[in-house]
Write a protein that binds this ligand. Sequence first.
Ligand code: PGA
Length: 253
Amino acid sequence: MGPLKESQRSSASLVVCNWKAYLGIEESVTLARNALALARSHATALWIAPSMLSLGSVAQAVRGSMVAVGAQNCFWDGKGAFTGECTADELIELGCTFAIVGHSERRNLFGETSASAAKRAHALLRSGLGVICCVGESAHERAQGHTLETILEQLAPLFPAPLARPGQMIIAYEPVWSVGSGQTPTASQIHEVHELIKTHAAQHVENLRVLYGGSVTAANAAELARAPSVAGFLVGGASTKLDSLKALLDTLG
Ligand code: PGA
């Protein structure tokens, strides 16, 4: 695991917007249209994960463009008696190309486990969709010095993964204590975890893309992206308003 060098430049070229349940359907469509205009004038790739009920309208609004649309969750089985769930086939029908799994809010508020997140990821991969799987330690786990073992535990059920193509799976490192808090790790701390993820995944996947997520804004993106392993960002709050999203993309180029 090499140390972080001052001279290393950012390779962050993807911003994934996690709109959580922040926006209504109309608001999501309006922001998606504006985000598409931004994407046309920036080099950074832009993916949007709106709320489940906004997915169809947002996918329609950006259809055929360079902006990818995905879900924030997805069930692991197909059609059947699964009240309240949605299937990968439905996401494909709506025009989605990816889904997020294992987000810390799913884990902490809705009982998601690493095993159930992996089941979702595998179903999505088998259906041909891309997957962004989130991992990250709590403040307590970091304070106890258990960050790396927590990440390895979360990754374990994901591999081996039924990948149909290179790049189909992305890992997002999102420390739980950083999500929505305004606090961020240092570039060196991100680098350490990213190296661990890449080393672990290397037995199974080539050239895995690893994102960083947690309180990313225009003000800290350049510093966070000093970790050369940061392929891009998973962004919550700052992606839900046009001015902060524009400022972020302006920073990244
Ligand atoms: P945040 O959320 O940018 O608001 O911290 C990130 C995320 O939850 O993916």
